[in-house]
Design a protein around this ligand. Structure first.
Ligand SMILES: [Zn+2]
Length: 168
């Protein structure tokens, strides 16, 4: 498993145990080169899912990529990683259960927003601000209105967070 911090392939498993619901194995890993610590999850994938973008481009659904965009939204928020994992599992199960063929990227973005709304308001606003691009200031006001008028934290502009997993 490649280190997400320095890219080294020399990483070791320090701890391995099932998640609360036993739907996955959680592994704590440490990088031998930079000392970075990270967590990986091993889980069942029932079938291959595909995401279609507005451009018409089609790509295999990448759970890890989706997780990374959610992690950006959750940066410096104290949210239990297992809660995020359960949210992701829920999203994937919904996609597996309901999608007829391909999943529109809009649907994926909406599912994530729904999930984040229940976990952390700030992460929700961050994710939504990237997802919706806020072409109009009104969109942003409507969103804040829905949360009871809270301001995003200063200097916390999200960056590089693409829910659709679009490649540059
Ligand atoms: Zn490293």
């Amino acid at each position: 498993m490649r280190c997400p911090y320095c890219g080294s392939l020399d990483t070791q498993v320090k701890d391995s145990r099932p998640t609360e619901d036993s739907a996955a194995i959680r592994r704590r890993r440490v990088c031998s080169d930079c000392g970075g610590r990270f967590t990986t999850f091993e889980r069942v994938q029932l079938r291959e899912l595909f995401v279609t973008k507005r451009s018409g481009k089609r790509a295999a659904f990448d759970r890890d990529k989706l997780k990374r965009s959610i992690d950006v939204a959750l940066r410096k928020r104290s949210v239990d990683p297992e809660r995020v994992e359960r949210m992701l599992n829920g999203i994937v199960r919904q996609l597996e259960a309901t999608s007829e063929g391909d999943i529109p990227s809009e649907r994926l973005g909406e599912l994530v927003m729904e999930g984040l709304k229940g976990i952390d308001d700030v992460a929700y606003v961050r994710f939504a601000s990237v997802y919706k691009n806020f072409r109009e200031a009104r969109d942003f006001e409507e969103l804040l209105g829905g949360l009871g008028r809270r301001e995003p934290e200063p200097g916390e502009a999200p960056a590089g967070n693409d829910p659709a997993g679009e490649e540059p």
